[in-house]
Design a protein around this ligand. Sequence first.
Ligand SMILES: CC[C@H](C(=O)O)C(=O)SCCNC(=O)CCNC(=O)[C@H](O)C(C)(C)COP(=O)(O)OP(=O)(O)OC[C@H]1O[C@@H](n2cnc3c(N)ncnc32)[C@H](O)[C@@H]1OP(=O)(O)O
Length: 253
Amino acid sequence: MGELITYERHMDDYGIIRLNRPEKRNAISMEMTALLKDKIQKAEKDNLKFLIITGAGNTMFAAGGDLSELHGELSSEEAYFRLFPMMEVLESILYFPVPVIAKLNGNALGGGCELATACDIRIAKENTKFGYIQSTIGILPGWGGGALLYEKVQPSFALDWITRGDVLSVQELKDRGWIHQIIEEESWEDEKYLSPYIEKSAQQMRLLKAQYRAVIQPEELRRRMVEEVKASASLWESEAHKKALENFSLRKK
Ligand SMILES: CC[C@H](C(=O)O)C(=O)SCCNC(=O)CCNC(=O)[C@H](O)C(C)(C)COP(=O)(O)OP(=O)(O)OC[C@H]1O[C@@H](n2cnc3c(N)ncnc32)[C@H](O)[C@@H]1OP(=O)(O)O
């Protein structure tokens, strides 16, 4: 099975972090959260031009939080402490010194969309779909990825997507500005679409990211991300959430 989170430095001076749990649709466990934090800290030291975050396999970028850990028996307080570490990972992506590209190899749901949103640029394979589905399972985004979504797209669209909990097509999300590029299946592996980033110097990329990050008020955004974790946790013990998780666990029985 190998490492749950891998990091490698490409010879063209960019880094690749991969969620490597395809048998569980790259659902992000507490262990993976800690590994993500470590790999991002390691990548920070590598003087990269940019960092890619992607998923193993062709089905999912990430299926969100690991529901076997983020389960319905948790109290709101326990849920808060299980959600918080991934909020800090999303924050570390925001403050990573060069642009972070979500290379969306497959679909993403829930926290998988939050992780993608925390990245600066989203490049997706054709025919993929993405859903901030948290509201349909009785909670709300719980890693700060809702607060981040308001920074990345039209706030009224962000509110509607999070509220409805729809799974949307990659084309609609490109039209809304959440997806930057859609890549045909046959072109996905040759990565010519990365050339415009590879051709820039590490110094240019650092300055570009610093200029982008300056737009965001870090203290205010962190406050809103922490409030989001509290809000999601506050709904943890709701009947709707418990029922949704029970349905997920019973779906194959
Ligand atoms: C907790 C808060 C967090 C946030 O919002 O911050 C969240 O992300 S909430 C969680 C949101 N995600 C989900 O609700 C997705 C649940 N999964 C599914 O709907 C499906 O598994 C899907 C559509 C991702 C893939 O369906 P498919 O038919 O292709 O595969 P299986 O359903 O058979 O799943 C394969 C295998 O993966 C395990 N799995 C999938 N998703 C999760 C998950 N989120 N947590 C834990 N495990 C997951 C699934 O149980 C299967 O395992 P197996 O041992 O083979 O039964």
